[in-house]
Ligand binder design. Sequence first.
Ligand code: NAD
Length: 348
Amino acid sequence: MTKIRVGLIGVGNCASALVQGVYYYSSIGRESFTGLKYSNIGGFYPEDIEFTCAFDVAKGKVGRDLSEAIFAPPNNAPRFAEVPSLGVEVLKGPIMDGLNEYAKKIVEVDASKEVDVADKLKESGAEMFINLLPGGAQKASLWYAEESLKAGCAFVNATPTIIASDPAWDARFQEAGLPIVGDDLMDQVGATFIHKAILEALARRGVLISETYQLDVGGGTESADIERVWGAKRIIKTKTIESILPYKASVVAGSTDFVEFLGNRRDSYMWVSGIYFGGAPFEIELRLNTLDAPNAGSILIDVIRSVKIALNRGDSGHILPISAYAFKHPAKITPLHEAEKLFEEYIK
Ligand SMILES: NC(=O)c1ccc[n+]([C@@H]2O[C@H](COP(=O)([O-])OP(=O)(O)OC[C@H]3O[C@@H](n4cnc5c(N)ncnc54)[C@H](O)[C@@H]3O)[C@@H](O)[C@H]2O)c1
């Protein structure tokens, strides 16, 4: 089997979980894949993923081997795997709007010169470029998507910046003969997934949901960016939750606040109210406590392997079966069970 050659944009917490996950699942044997839904996608296992290049701006990450940079502060993702030296030096990209006001206080920008990202990406032999920039880094995210096109790479947008679901970018990637998927990754055990699953199950049983909300607090640098991220995430989350119901209900869903001592932990609170048989009322209250970074790992490993299938098939533009399964804001939002079916048919 050939390797899947991946370039990373941003060596933060998600990148840490992804890189560690590849080595963790490569080391435990193919039969015991607890935490990973698909051991094998299109004949590809986690061990087939190879990181060829990575870009960041932070001092302490730039210039270091990727295996060390993933543990450099302010990253606070848990350490769950030994990652060998990868021979991949983290390179300096342009900063643009990459750091929010809080991140600027805790991250020193590396003084080295920026590299030519498209050149380095191409030189590394990467076939897909994964955007793991902070939410709110709109300009930088769009700029890296351009570099991906220049280098002839598929693009995976895990951030809430609207790219893959924008018809204009879809057309440009189609024209270039390259796949693009996104936007805003949907976590494995995330509040959006759990909230959607509850609402979908209730609505399918004839229940009428009238009001529901989902609010959360976290301690990652992104949660500190109330102004930039809060708005974007709230729009995407509310839209994706609303879309699951076959009728109109009052829905509010979005990140709310920063609690520094939570570190990589996130507390999500959900509340649902409605009526069932004979107009009987009910309420559900739920608290979900998770670790942010590992929540992205499993889905990213699935996305990478399925984008490789898209590349092998010569599929281009926005790949809906992958985006609908793995992201909160695909071009068309489908119910969870339909999205999973679409995905499984695609990877067959
Ligand atoms: N489970 C999850 O954590 C999850 C779920 C869904 C979506 N996402 C999205 O994934 C993205 C990454 O999340 P994270 O928790 O890893 O963020 P993070 O803040 O830990 O990491 C971002 C990294 O990008 C780097 N960076 C900033 N500007 C840059 C630039 N111009 N060029 C290159 N690198 C730059 C930072 O130094 C940092 O290392 C976010 O957009 C987030 O919304 C994460």
